[in-house]
Design a protein around this ligand. Sequence first.
Ligand code: PLP
Length: 411
Amino acid sequence: MGQEPDFDTFLLHGRTSKGFAQREILPPISQVTAYQYPSMEELAKVFAHKQMGYAYTRIGNPSVAVFEQRINELEGGAGALACSSGMAAVSAALLAVCQSGDEIIAGRGLYGGTIDLFHDLEKYGIRTVFTELVPEKVAPLINERTRVVFGEFISNPSLAVLDVEGVASVAHQAGIPLFVDATTVTPFLARPLSLGADVVIHSTSKYINGGGNSIGGVIVDGGHFSWDFDRHASLGEFRRFGRGAFLVRLRADLWKNLGCCIAPMNAFLSCVGLDTLGLRMERICANASALAQALSGEDGIRVNYLTLEGHPYRESAMKYFRGQGGGILTFRAGSRERAFRIIDSLKYALIASNIGDLRTLVIHPASTLYLRTSTEEMNQAGVYDDTVRVSVGIEDSGDLIRDFLDAVRKA
Ligand code: PLP
C-alpha cells in the first residue's frame, strides 16, 4: 500500500474532492429549491428512501452533500450534517440528545453565543451546569439527568484547552457522550474524534471558509458511541439504527424540522475555502505566535496566547496541536479606554466581529460579544473590560507586528 498523503494533498485529492458529474474540478453548485421527477411514483420512492435522489434542498442537496462528505472525511467521522450557521449546528446537536428535564455539563469560558443558547434552553427545561472541563470536576457532576458533556477544544476567547482524552474517558464510563466544538482548532490542528470525542461541531463561518463570505456550521458524528436509549430517550424512536441513531435523528427529523440547512452557494464557497485550510492555518499560527511574542514585551500589555512560556495550557498545545497555538490571541491593555485607542489606531487589523478570516480582525469583546452575559461569566471566558481579542490573519508578519506595536505605543 502507498503512503497516506499529508494534510494539504489530502484536501485537494481526497476521495470526496473528485468524481463530479461533468468532471468539474470543483463541486458544481446545485442552486435550486426542488428537484423534478418524470413520474409521481419515482418522487414517492425518493421520499420513502427506496430510491436515491434529492427532493427539496432543506432535506438534501448535492452541493451541500459534497461539503458534508469533505468535512466528514477530514474528521474521520461516520457522517456529517451541514447547517446554516455554527450556532445552528450547536443547537441541533444538543437538542437531538436533550429534552425537557435533561442536563448538559458544559465548559466554562465558552463563546458568548453558546452561553446565550444555554440560557435559552433553560426556558425549555434543559439545564446547563458549567464547570472547568477536567476529569476530576466533570465526574462528580454527572447524574441520572445528564445527557451530554459539551466543550470547546480551544475556547474562544479564554484559550483554555479541553482535555478531550481525559474528559471523554470519564463521560464514557458514565454512559455520556462528549461533544466538542472544534471551530478554533480545525481539522488541521487536531481531530477530536480520534482522541475520544463522540461528536465534533464547527462554525464553518470561521477558518474552514476562511474567506469571510458565508455563515455555516457542521456536525460530524464519530458513529462509535453506544447510546443507551432509556437514558437518551430523545433518540428512542431511532433505536433500530444503533450507533447511527444520533445522525438519523438529525437528518430525518430534527435538522430537517428546524429547517437549519446551509444554502448550496454557501456550501460551495466553504468547499473552496476548505482547499486552502492547511496553508492558511500554518501561516495564521506562525503569525499569531510571532505577534504574541512581540506584544508580550510591551509596557502595560498582558498577552494570552497558548504557546507563550508560562501559559497554563502550553503543555496541552504541545500534546494536542503539535506545539501550535491557533490563530486567536487576547491582550489586556490596562483600561477600556486604552483598548479602544489601540483598536482604533490599527492600520491593517479590521474592527469586525468574526474570527478565522484571512484578514486580521480585532474586537473589544466586553462591549460586543459579551453584552448580554453576566460579568462573572464574562470573566470566566477570559474577557475583562480592557481585553482586546485578535483573530490573526495571513498578512506578512512584519507588517502586522509593526502595526500593533505602533498602536500600543501610541495609546
Ligand atoms: N462556536 C464558536 C467557538 C464560535 O467562535 C462561534 C462564533 O464565533 C460559533 C460557535 C457560532 O458560529 P456562527 O457565528 O457560525 O453561528
